[in-house]
Design a protein around this ligand. Sequence first.
Ligand SMILES: Cc1cc2nc3c(=O)[nH]c(=O)nc-3n(C[C@H](O)[C@H](O)[C@H](O)COP(=O)(O)OP(=O)(O)OC[C@H]3O[C@@H](n4cnc5c(N)ncnc54)[C@H](O)[C@@H]3O)c2cc1C
Length: 323
Amino acid sequence: MMRNFAYVRAGSVAEAIKALGTKGARLYAGGTDLVGCMHDEVFRVEKVVSISGLKELKGISAKPDGGMKIGALTTVAEVAAHATLAEKYTVLAQAAGEVASPQLREQGTIGGNLCQRPRCWYFRGDFHCARKGGGTCYAVDGENQYHAIFGGAPCFFVNPSDTAVALVALQAQLTIAGPAGSRIVKIEAFFVGPDKSMDKENILASNEIVTEIHLPPLGGTVRSSYRKIRARGAWDFALASVGLVLQFDTGKVSRARIILGGVAPYPWRTEAAEKLLIGKKPDHAIAAAAGQAATEGANPMRDNGYKVEMVKGAVEESILAFV
Ligand SMILES: Cc1cc2nc3c(=O)[nH]c(=O)nc-3n(C[C@H](O)[C@H](O)[C@H](O)COP(=O)(O)OP(=O)(O)OC[C@H]3O[C@@H](n4cnc5c(N)ncnc54)[C@H](O)[C@@H]3O)c2cc1C
């Protein structure tokens, strides 16, 4: 059953920010995550503030500095199908193409994909878990096969977004609009782990909106990829995924970013693996060593130890594709 709620169709970002200023107000972009949360009463919503009609937040364009700008309301499908993104920012187009199902990619937006709430079955289910203000993370002694192996405590959900992994790998920036104006933040500073907050997964205040995503210009020869492992071939969230961005100079790696998804409450950077690649021409031995290094610090629970092996294999395979 769905409870009654007020509905505001904002005519501008400023109007949306104002409407979000009351308790229980929530932003609606494509609604594919929000409406499910409302239906299942994951959290109470008194007012839905829709920005879906704001044309200024839609579209993908080139920036004068050689980078790209993506409006937060651009659909995941548009990101997946964009020719320049597919060629230059392959990791992002591939990640977007791996999100959910074709219908959800047509309706869901990239801003909503970044801000979607955790998929932990205790959080989404009928449990007054730690993330809902209770004192207990039921995953600790419960069914934890899909939970975090890195950075979990005291709440072991994993970030469900495929595009977040790619955007962290690309070192994207976000424009965030709020009552005091706009600010630009590095995407790595956007996500907030459970050690910092038990009720939010990002730095947004309740009346702030992600309006744009900025991709930096990529110099030299950059190759990138997104590899996702899931339980079935149809729509499914990542059990583990890898966003890989390698910059090559004279055949050797001069810059590496290896970001893991599906294994931590936020996209998880594995610097130990990145360091192994710098100054080297990737080969089978380096790929295997990087896969092993990517598992450093993993702390699996009773049922999710298999993710450690997945991370190792997925990182190794991702690098091998560029050997
Ligand atoms: C069956 C199913 C399978 C899925 N599988 C995957 C998957 O494999 N991989 C994956 O990555 N995702 C998956 N998803 C999630 C899906 O991609 C997201 O639901 C979608 O991208 C969210 O976009 P939206 O525009 O519909 O967001 P909404 O539902 O409108 O919003 C989601 C949340 O983000 C907030 N929000 C939205 N836009 C903004 C903004 N611009 N600024 C600030 N806050 C904002 C909303 O308030 C809300 O809390 C799946 C979803 C479903 C229902």
